[in-house]
Design a protein around this ligand. Structure first.
Ligand code: 4NP
Length: 174
């Protein structure tokens, strides 16, 4: 697995896909956090951000109500509708970020080419502040603390991932 994004191309827009299991908790929250960061820095023109799940059973649903409530308290409005990740996603997106090891394994098994394989990274490798986590844990069966932990980890990891993507994007486009 890659632990660094190396797939940012000459295209003007970097396409980033966040992936978890159900696409109703972690990955739509990651999408909301990253979108917020990108807007705060006036980088909207340079990033396309989406999310999907490896499991399609929640397709069409809004994010889990608990995730929406906790996200809103930090200023993130989550409006994504759940969908399952597809083989077209493996072609379209430049950076495909799995929330945990199972998500990363599932994404890697969908990769047809080495280039697609190199798009897959783990969100855990971008967590800097909390040394106890090398992945974003599933909050579905947890209480409020689980959802707060997810947001803490995502805010940290999105910051770090955006820094890395910006460094690469600027190197290419300078
Ligand atoms: P997510 O959380 O992968 O962060 O969206 C889950 C959502 C639903 C289920 C599991 C995890 N589920 O088993 O339905």
């Amino acid at each position: 697995m890659q632990n660094e994004v190396d797939n940012i191309s000459e295209r003007p827009t970097v396409r980033v896909l966040f992936v978890c299991l159900g696409n109703i908790c972690r990955s739509p929250a990651a999408q909301g956090v990253m979108q917020h960061l990108v807007e705060e820095r006036n980088l909207e023109a340079f990033y396309e951000i989406d999310s999907a799940g490896t499991y399609g059973g929640h397709s069409g649903q809004m994010p889990d109500r608990r995730m929406r409530v906790h996200a809103r308290q930090r200023g993130y409005e989550l409006t994504h509708r759940a969908r399952q990740v597809t083989s077209d996603d493996m072609k379209h997106f430049d950076v495909i970020v799995g929330m945990d090891a199972a998500n990363v394994d599932d994404l890697q098994s969908m990769a047809y080419t080495d280039a697609q394989m190199r798009k897959v990274v783990s969100m855990g490798s971008y967590i800097r502040l909390n040394h106890h986590y090398d992945h974003v844990p599933d909050p579905y069966y947890e209480g409020s603390e689980g959802f707060e932990l997810v947001l803490d980890l995502l805010e940290d990891a999105c910051e770090c991932l955006l820094q890395e993507m910006e460094t690469k994007r600027k190197n290419i486009h300078q």
